[in-house]
Design a protein around this ligand. Structure first.
Ligand SMILES: *[C@@H]1O[C@H](CO)[C@@H](O)[C@H](O)[C@H]1NC(C)=O
Ligand SMILES: *[C@@H]1O[C@H](CO)[C@@H](O)[C@H](O)[C@H]1NC(C)=O
Ligand SMILES: *[C@@H]1O[C@H](CO)[C@@H](O)[C@H](O)[C@H]1NC(C)=O
Ligand SMILES: *[C@@H]1O[C@H](CO)[C@@H](O)[C@H](O)[C@H]1NC(C)=O
Length: 568
């Protein structure tokens, strides 16, 4: 597609514009089509053919409820939903399934229509008939296959997630579906079900992974049985289909994989194993709103890393297969959690699946058409619930690093989770501001804690309270030293000339300024430091275009600086 320019009259500005267009196209329309197996290379999920990283940017689609049908098919045609998933920027779906759908013939063989009739959901049948006439009279089992086929046809990758045994909302400690040996959780039936599902979808190459069981939990949970049965389940899936990633969930509602630090999983195959964890605001109760937000963030991130994300260091991919927020933006607990969570997601560059696609459920908690405020689609499954939320998570959609993405030397980008944007420099004379991470400025973060624009002598410098930060060539004073402070380790702090401590912040125009540091005292529980939370993250991506310009013409910067003052 991209033809290298051959004209000798090519000038630099043409080159810059063209490259800019190319990069924005690459970054805005990344749809990773996968019709080939994926495997793992250390902590990365990669394509079998090229070895290039594929970052799973999935959304959860609920299909394990009482009706045993993927949600939303009364509202929109299945293909329209599949297309919407791609158009919203996801490349993958974690599609849930209840075990008994595949192991109990009398359940799997009833028609969709009958399943809805049994629950008295007559108005849903009208919607199903109108939107999905080819599905409404299929068996629920064939309807599941039809949904998988639609996703595959529309180039969506699929992770099949065994969410529960008995169809219904998940999960509680005492619902009989929590751990091997519970009322509805016979390990042998579960292994049989895994084998059936792996075999059924063996020919569907878009099915790239299977997560073997969601959120293990409850009074029976124990580490020995986890190894015993998870290893058996993994071997069963691998024997039936050696081309799917095998994804294992932790204990305590998929919060805890810490036992892997002492004892590795022992399997006969390699290059296929991925671990998953879940984290929501409510995972930690009301910690986020009741405690100081910096403290809460520090505690939760420590917990996430020590109980889950450490697997990256062990050389396994981490799939954070559930996270999400009330997208109305009114839940303080959720909002603080998400500012913190998104920083870690960018820093660790892990694979993920957002909860949830679902705009509304056929029937949940006894309510017909329950609105799902965590859903990216609105109640009618037609409109996006909150486009600014989608925009924000688009920052973690494309890889910052990994095989096939080492386009430049390792450098840093400065990420701002509250907006999902990165620090960028639009022109020589403008102050630094926030912009898409695909156009982020590349920084070095030196041991002396200076933040230097890569390829130049310019460093970031605090100037005045409430005023834009500057770029300067005098980089040895306290105003150009940036410490990472607070319990959250997400404030970047420096000093003004008069020794006042300040923190990097963002003004209403998205300009990067310094302000008094917020919420540092742990007894301060009402304030929200979100605007001052940044993450310095590793990247090897080609980002800001003027960077090449800068490297070609450092002299222009020098001149500009001397003629136009100290902005640059
Ligand atoms: C299969 O499901 C039906 C309907 O819920 C139930 O009555 C039956 O006991 C189940 N069979 C098995 C073997 O679990
Ligand atoms: C791993 O499993 C194999 C059999 O599947 C067994 O022979 C071997 O001893 C096990 N290794 C460890 C370290 O448990
Ligand atoms: C979208 O979310 C933001 C906060 O993330 C909130 O301020 C805004 O009101 C939300 N918009 C809608 C339409 O709910
Ligand atoms: C918070 O703690 C500081 C000392 O760490 C104390 O000076 C201050 O009075 C406390 N504020 C409140 C509201 O308790």
């Amino acid at each position: 597609m991209w033809k290298s320019p051959s004209s000798s009259s090519l000038n630099i500005s043409f080159f810059i514009i063209h490259l800019f267009q190319l990069v924005s196209i690459m970054n805005q329309h990344v749809v990773i089509v996968s019709s080939q197996p994926l495997y793992t290379n250390s902590r990365w999920i990669v394509k079998s053919t090229t070895g290039q990283r594929v970052k799973l940017a999935c959304v959860n689609w609920v299909s394990h409820m009482d009706v045993m049908l993927a949600e939303g098919l009364n509202q929109q045609p299945v293909d329209a939903i599949s297309k919407a998933i791609i158009n919203m920027g996801f490349n993958c779906v974690r599609l849930t399934w209840p075990l008994f759908l595949f192991t109990n013939d009398s359940l799997g063989s009833i028609t969709v229509r009958q399943s809805f009739k049994n629950l008295g959901l007559f108005s849903s049948i009208v919607g199903l008939q109108a939107n999905n006439p080819s599905i409404v009279d299929l068996s629920v089992l064939d309807a599941y296959k039809a949904v998988v086929a639609s996703l595959a046809k529309n180039n969506v990758m699929i992770i099949l997630d065994n969410h529960i045994s008995k169809p219904g909302w998940c999960c509680s400690r005492f619902d009989g579906n929590g751990f091997f040996g519970d009322e509805y959780f016979d390990p042998h039936l579960w292994i049989q079900g895994l084998r059936i599902v792996a075999t059924t979808f063996k020919a569907t190459t878009n099915v790239v992974g299977m997560s073997l069981r969601n959120e293990l939990r409850g009074p029976l949970q124990n580490v020995d049985d986890w190894y015993r049965y998870m290893q058996k389940g993994a071997e069963a899936v691998h024997a039936a289909n050696p081309d799917v990633l095998i994804i294992l969930s932790g204990l305590s509602f998929d919060k805890d994989l810490s036992f892997l630090q002492q004892r590795p999983v022992n399997l006969t195959f390699s290059g296929k194993l991925v671990f998953e964890i879940h984290r929501y605001g409510f995972t930690d109760g009301d910690t986020w709103s009741a405690e100081n937000a910096n403290q809460a963030c520090g505690e939760v991130l420590n917990d996430m890393v020590s109980k889950g994300a450490f697997v990256l260091e062990q050389g396994y991919p981490l799939f954070v297969s559930e996270f999400g927020v009330d997208q109305r933006g009114t839940n303080v607990n959720d909002n603080r959690y998400f500012n913190c969570f998104l920083g870690l997601a960018a820093e660790l560059d892990f694979d993920w699946a957002l909860w949830t696609l679902v705009g509304s459920y056929y029937w949940r908690d006894g309510i017909v058409g329950l609105n799902e405020y965590y859903g990216v689609l609105d109640w009618n499954w037609l409109h996006i619930r909150n486009s600014s939320f989608l925009q924000r998570i688009s920052s973690i959609r494309t890889p910052f690093q990994g095989p096939g993405y080492t386009e430049t030397h390792p450098h840093k980008v400065i990420f701002h989770p509250m907006t999902g944007l990165c620090v960028q420099r639009t022109s020589l004379l403008q102050p630094l501001e926030l912009g898409p991470c695909s156009e982020a400025e590349a920084w070095g973060y030196a041991p002396a804690k200076t933040l230097t624009v890569v390829g130049t002598y310019f460093c970031l410098k605090a100037d005045k309270l409430g005023q834009p930060v500057k770029l300067s060539m005098i980089c040895s004073d306290d105003s150009s030293r940036w410490d990472i402070i607070s319990d959250s380790k997400m404030h970047l702090s420096s000093k003004l000339q008069d020794a006042t401590s300040v923190c990097l912040d963002v003004d209403p125009n998205n300009v990067i300024v310094t302000q008094a540091c917020k919420c540092l005292s742990t007894n301060d529980t009402t304030c929200d430091p979100g605007s001052q939370w940044f993450k310095i993250i590793d990247s090897t991506r080609v980002t800001k275009i003027t960077k090449s310009f800068l490297q070609i013409k450092p002299i222009i910067h020098f001149l500009a600086r001397n003629f136009f003052g100290s902005y640059i």
